[in-house]
Design a protein around this ligand. Structure first.
Ligand code: C2E
Ligand code: CA
Ligand code: CA
Length: 466
């Protein structure tokens, strides 16, 4: 063999080596290392290819989305390694159960998917549920988290891969919410729900620039003298046909569509403009805004907010940002960065809805927050349930010791207000004092001449009735 031929042969061998290395890397990037199943990317491509083929041949494609039910509890009690072992077991079961032509994938977390052909939907879904309901032993412990399944069929339900996945997800969500049977298929009820959401989406996209989302204000009362000392800003949508809508009617869908940031911005801008004059006139000290956990996931959130605040007339020291404990705990490091950046500019941070989750008290108290808002679920029973009364009293003591201010939310009755004041709560908010109101009504409320007196049974009552 001549020298140049040998060189050429070596080169060819090296190229082949590199090629197979590249293939391996590519395959690894497309496979989930825990279960050996394909992951979301290649799964979506495969789904598109199958829809293409079904379209050409007039066939059907069925998509099953599978989500484990109590996986988080398993992870929390037995640890992440046990969780991983269980996910591998689920992957193995699904793979072994696949009929020829079916494809199974791990979409992420404890979510899996299976593409089937023209199958009996009820039978196949029920089989998946039974398969994953069988117990498994990890570290000598028998576990059986169980699973829920959502199904959608091409072309009966959806015309493309995006809709097919969304519809199977909607069916899955319904199973999760309703309990009972562990699987559900997309149907007329979900089709109507989907249409309702699409309409709402289009309307919301129009409503934000049209200025239909407005800030309302709920007074925050100083328990010592019954004066209004602040306000919480709450979003309302003045819908042209449906009238005034509360956040429950549009915040969840805005979060899902990624529109919540724009709503929060609009509410912030308009809310600051109104509140700035009340602060400048010495009528209130503080105004607080809610932000969505989705906004907070943006690492630049606090920097952007400070920039936005600079374009309003509101002093930073008059601003409080309310953050829910679920978010704080979700990402402690990011929360701390946001809070420290806001604090450095003089902006306060309040922990919202305290007492609703399974709080990691120590983790929360280590964060430099200024205020804790006691959730109304606690306040509701404070004057009736001695155990709740004790709990709230000790929370108030702890907060005082830590130098954190407490605002009691959802105060609806005089008895609650009196109890809270006696227990040392310094700020209150609730229907007993005032409901959320539009800016003009708040302005009138603040400018109305009113005798200021310490809160007694009588003055609290008078304040609430006037
Ligand atoms: P939240 O931050 O816990 O706000 C307090 C909610 O409790 C408000 O409901 C308020 O109207 C209501 N409330 C106040 N006092 C009482 C009372 O005495 N009894 C009862 N039963 N309810 C009382 P709203 O305005 O419907 O807002 C609901 C939630 O929507 C808020 O809960 C907040 O999480 C969210 N939200 C409101 N505005 C915005 C916003 O601009 N942006 C974002 N991201 N979320 C918002
Ligand atoms: Ca709030
Ligand atoms: Ca709250």
């Amino acid at each position: 063999m001549s020298d140049s031929v040998r060189k050429l042969a070596n080169l060819a061998a090296r190229v082949a080596e590199l090629e197979s290395e590249r293939e391996l890397t590519l395959r690894l990037a497309q496979t989930d290392s825990l279960t050996g199943l394909v992951n979301r990317g290649p799964f979506t491509s495969a789904l598109c290819e199958r829809l293409e083929a079904a379209r050409a041949e007039g066939g059907r494609v069925t998509l099953f989305i599978v989500d484990l039910d109590r996986f988080k509890a398993l992870n929390d009690t037995l640890g992440h390694h046990a969780g991983d072992l269980f996910l591998a077991e689920v992957g193995e079961r699904l793979r072994c159960d696949c009929a020829p032509g079916e494809l199974v994938a791990r979409l992420g977390g404890d979510e899996f998917a299976l593409i089937g052909a023209d199958v009996d939907v009820a039978k196949r879904a029920q089989r998946l549920v039974s398969l994953l309901a069988q117990p498994h032993t990890i570290y000598g412990r028998v576990v059986s988290p169980g699973a829920s399944v959502g199904v959608a069929v091409f072309p009966d339900d959806a015309a493309d891969a995006g809709d097919l996945q969304r519809f199977a997800d909607m069916a899955l969500y319904r199973v999760k919410m309703q309990g009972g049977r562990r699987w559900s298929a997309f149907d007329a009820e979900l089709r109507a729900e989907n249409l309702r959401r699409r309409t709402l989406e289009a309307e919301l996209r129009r409503a934000i620039p049209a200025g239909e989302i407005e800030p309302w204000f709920q007074p925050v009362i100083d328990a010592a003298d019954g004066r209004i000392v602040g306000a919480e800003v709450l979003a309302r949508w003045r819908h042209p046909e449906q009238g005034l809508l509360a956040p429950a009617a549009f915040v969840p869908i805005a979060e899902e569509l990624g529109l919540i940031g724009r709503i929060d911005e609009a509410v912030f801008e308009a809310g600051c403009a109104r509140a700035a004059t009340w602060v400048a006139d010495g009528l209130i000290e503080k105004v607080s805004f809610n932000v969505s956990p989705r906004d907070l996931l943006d690492p630049a959130f606090s920097r952007k907010l400070i920039g936005r605040l600079g374009r309003t007339a509101l002093p930073a020291t008059a601003l409080t940002i309310e953050i829910t404990e679920t978010f704080l705990l979700q990402d402690l490091a990011l929360s701390r960065r946001h809070i420290e950046r806001l604090n450095a500019k003089g902006v306060s941070v309040a922990l919202d809805d305290f007492g609703t989750g399974y709080s990691n008290l120590r983790a929360i108290m280590n964060l430099p927050i200024q205020t804790v808002k006691l959730d109304r679920s606690l306040i509701g029973d404070v004057a009736k349930e001695p155990r709740v009364a004790k709990l709230v009293t000790s929370m108030l003591q702890a907060a005082r010791a830590l130098g954190v201010r407490i605002v009691a939310e959802g105060v609806e009755e005089e008895a609650q207000a009196i109890f809270l004041r006696a227990a040392g709560c310094d700020r209150m908010q609730g229907y007993f004092f005032a409901r959320p109101m539009p800016a003009a009504a708040m302005d009138a409320e603040l400018r109305a001449p009113r005798a200021v007196a310490p809160v007694t049974r009588e003055t609290i009552g008078r304040r609430a009735r006037s």
